[in-house]
Design a binder for this molecule. Structure first.
Ligand SMILES: [Zn+2]
Length: 336
């Protein structure tokens, strides 16, 4: 265990105008909008163990929810007009934290380095508080143990909306277990974005935010996952800072309460569930549920007022060339 407090966060905002300050004023206005101020532009349900992609216009809200109960989702985000600009999980984790909270933004990769979208409302923290209380944890105030950023922290040290891990994929699955399985999150995202009208490729799929997923690092720095405590009323709502292509996979691990490597060591281990004896994969399948997607735009009559002061963020203003001299044309003739 550490013997002294850690140094301050490496990327803490140091000026009043730092872009690291969450845009709370705008996001609070958006979070408090009544349904009558919004026009729905998309509603779809992603079935269990599959993936879907969709566009979201800049200035719109998009929400993921779990109407049938807990299910984790693996989220990818691109600039709709330029898929080379995509979500960068590592930099986002460094600038903000290991798990998303309200006001956090999802930053794009180099050389763009700007927010793609941000968390307007997190309707899941209460689920963690409730789950903790059921385990005999949680403060008398009912707020549960929260860290400085506002995340509820589970007894094991887990937090919601994970930026530590990445998507499950068939390559590592085959390495670890020797099985061939086509519906891991990487494959679900690949199928979602390679088809018309998106026409991306497998290499466009990138590290994710695991929404509705509770994870942490143990005392030895090893990644762990806990069962998602989400309920039929859980949701997370994002604001699109740019025109976006968004893709989400409903993880074949379901709510992660029965997670296991389907053909690895222990896979043949059977457990009695009710009157049935089930192996790992069958137990996981029964924890898999859909995730609902809703997209809204702010009514045109209110947009100017609600979005006042906001414009799509500019990319990084770095104009250098990494110290390289770049030839401007043909080399001069060599003098005899
Ligand atoms: Zn997955």
């Amino acid at each position: 265990m550490p013997e002294q407090d850690p140094p301050p966060p490496a990327y803490f905002p140091t000026t009043s105008t730092s872009p690291l300050h969450p845009p709370h004023a705008l996001y609070s206005r958006l979070a408090s909008l009544p349904p009558s101020s919004l026009t729905q532009t998309l509603s779809l349900t992603i079935p269990p163990r599959s993936g879907r992609a969709f566009h979201v216009a800049a200035g719109s809200l998009f929400r993921f929810s779990t109407p049938e109960g807990a299910q984790v989702g693996d989220l990818n985000v691109w600039n709709q007009h330029n898929p080379r600009e995509r979500f960068w999980a590592t930099r986002t984790r460094q600038l903000q934290g290991s798990h998303l909270v309200e006001g956090d933004r999802l930053w794009s990769c180099l050389p763009y380095m700007r927010p793609l979208c941000g968390v307007v409302e997190d309707g899941c923290q209460a689920d963690l508080v409730k789950a903790g209380r059921e385990k005999g944890q949680g403060a008398a105030s009912g707020e549960g143990p929260r860290d400085e950023r506002g995340s509820v922290v589970s007894k094991a040290g887990g937090r919601m909306h994970d930026l530590l891990g990445t998507r499950c994929d068939p390559y590592v699955s085959t390495v670890l277990t020797g099985t061939q399985y086509d519906y891991h999150c990487h494959s679900n995202l690949t199928r979602a974005v390679t088809q018309a009208p998106f026409h991306l490729s497998e290499s466009d799929v990138h590290d994710v935010v695991n929404i509705f997923q509770v994870t942490g690092l143990d005392a030895s720095g090893r990644y762990f996952m806990e069962a998602s405590p989400c309920t039929p009323s859980s949701y997370i709502t994002f604001f699109a800072e740019q025109d976006l292509l968004v893709a989400l996979s409903t993880c074949p691990g379901g709510d992660l309460s029965a997670w296991g490597w389907a053909a690895g060591e222990g896979a043949v281990e059977q457990k009695t569930v009710g009157d049935e004896v089930l192996d790992v994969d069958e137990r996981m399948k029964r924890t898999c549920r859909p995730i609902k997607v809703d997209v809204w735009e702010v009514n045109e009559s209110e947009r100017e007022e609600v979005l006042r002061g906001w414009t799509t963020p500019e990319g990084s203003a770095y104009k250098g060339a990494h110290g390289m001299g770049i030839p401007r044309g043909e080399t001069p003739k060599i003098q005899a």
